[in-house]
Design a binder for this molecule. Structure first.
Ligand code: ARG
Length: 474
């Protein structure tokens, strides 16, 4: 017989957990397994407790709960925070999630007062608040880590403002540049990433707490007070939106995806540059790995893993978008699946930023090999075309054609364009003077590119100073 006597025989407590008062039967084993999120959402504990403190203070201030109960609740929350931080806290899947764990332990510790904390609150506005607080901290941490990577890029760019290297398009020699200029390109990417994360934070910073399950509450709460206590700019405007909105998490993952893509690009360059074929840099022993079979190997595993983890981060963004697509308002349990991708992407990016920072800081640069490579592939042909434009007032199209003929001549003789004689060049364009050949050296070529944002060492030095100012300001 299925009657109320089961509950009654347990002193009125529900079978299978505190939320089952309306049920007669215990949950199926699989129900508990699929329902529980405590395995991962315990990471929200500090934010959950912080939000509970703010909620409690507000309930007391509005005389919704007695002051004495408020004091007990705060004491209990302190104790729970300590227990979880020290590892002494007992977690159980029967209590589903972090919110129920904190509440159940609170009631154990302080009795009936604990049961008052959930006044005018639902786990729906609670989890929306906790996750916003968690993501907000993660944004701050990611921005700080990126700033230190940028700092490292500036240090190396300053050291190598005049170190010549080949610049590539299509991974074919294009024009000589400097390593400093190349590294500053990454400074810009990470600067945009930091700015995007700051935008995301600005939009995220509204407090859902007090939205209730979906429709607000009849209890006379003060949402501005809780919002302010938690460092938000104010409460969210619509209770239904507040409990179902995860845009902030999507935006965060979009920002992280782009960070991961940028990291994977510099990682790929480190992989290429550290090959015997390029020979531009070497990673220190501490940042390389060996092979189990080939004794000579020195593998850039960290760089490869940074490249690989980008897929995982972009995957997290996809997972969240697909999770939210088509969900009716307001909260659905699907949304419990939002946390793991957010945590995993944040962890992966944090690790990758640290790995790239270490590789950029500690890689040894082989300046001679870089400069040597910079001269290959007629990389200064554009300089000859520009000389024809500047000195002979030739239309650029014609200069391009003339230079292409000179390149062909050099190729047919198996030499670099700079090694052709003046007479050989004049055979193609009689106006060419000896200075044109001087302009074909890689150093002259790079120094001449002094336009705003260009690769000339003088420019790069100024760009490093300017970037340093920008980094200090934002
Ligand atoms: N653990 C849940 C989550 O992460 C908390 C919200 C539960 N709300 C509910 N109505 N069952 O989404």
């Amino acid at each position: 017989m299925n009657d109320d006597s089961t509950g009654a025989s347990r002193g009125g407590r529900p079978p299978g957990g505190p939320l089952r008062d309306r049920f007669a039967d215990e949950p199926h084993a699989v129900m508990e397994r699929i329902n529980a999120s405590i395995g991962f959402d315990r990471r929200l504990y500090a934010h959950d407790i912080e939000a509970s403190r703010a909620h409690c203070d507000m309930l007391v201030a509005r005389r919704i709960i007695p002051e004495a109960d408020g004091r007990e609740i705060l004491k209990g929350l302190d104790k729970i925070e300590e227990e979880i931080a020290s590892g002494a806290f007992a977690f159980s899947p029967a209590l589903e999630d972090i919110h129920m764990h904190v509440e159940a332990r609170l009631t154990e510790l302080v009795g009936d007062a604990g049961g008052r904390l959930h006044t005018a609150r639902s786990r729906n506005d609670q989890v929306a608040t906790d996750l916003r607080l968690w993501v907000r901290d993660a944004i701050d941490e990611t921005r700080a880590a990126l700033a230190s990577l940028q700092e490292t890029l500036l240090t190396r760019a300053g050291e190598h403002a005049a170190t010549i290297m080949p610049g590539f398009t299509h991974l074919q020699s294009a024009q000589p540049v400097t390593l400093g200029h190349h590294l500053l390109a990454y400074f810009e990417m990470f600067d945009r990433d930091r700015s995007r994360l700051a935008d995301c934070r600005r939009r995220l910073n509204r407090c859902p707490l007090g939205s209730g399950a979906l429709a607000g509450t009849s209890i006379p709460i003060d949402r501005d007070m809780t919002a302010e206590a938690l460092g938000f700019d104010g409460p969210t405007a619509n209770s239904m939106d507040a409990v179902s909105d995860r845009d902030f998490a999507v935006e965060f993952l979009a920002c992280l995806s782009l960070v991961a893509v940028h990291l994977s690009r510099i990682a790929e360059e480190i992989v290429l540059w550290s090959t015997a074929q390029f020979g531009f840099v070497s990673l220190p022993d501490a940042l390389a790995t060996g092979s189990s079979m080939m004794p000579q190997k020195r593998n850039p595993d960290a760089a490869e893993l940074v490249r690989g983890k980008a897929g995982r981060v972009v995957g997290a963004l996809n997972a969240l978008l697909i999770l939210l697509k088509g969900l009716p308002l307001t909260y659905s349990k699907d949304m419990q699946e939002d946390k793991e991708p957010v945590f995993d992407a944040a962890d992966s990016v944090s690790l990758c930023v640290a790995a790239v920072t270490a590789m950029v800081a500690d890689m040894t640069v082989h300046a001679a090999a870089m400069e040597d490579a910079a001269g290959r592939g007629h990389a200064t042909a554009t300089d000859l075309a520009e000389w024809l434009v500047k000195e002979l007032s030739m239309p650029f199209r014609e200069a391009h054609r003339t230079t292409a003929r000179i390149v062909r001549l050099a190729d047919s003789k198996g030499v670099a364009i700079g090694d052709l004689s003046l007479d050989e060049m004049r055979g193609i364009e009689p106006g060419i003077a000896a200075e044109a050949i001087d302009a074909l050296g890689v150093r002259d070529s790079v120094s001449s590119r002094a336009s705003h944002g260009g690769a000339a060492p003088e420019r790069v030095r100024r760009a490093v100073d300017e970037a340093r100012r920008r980094l200090a300001e934002t």
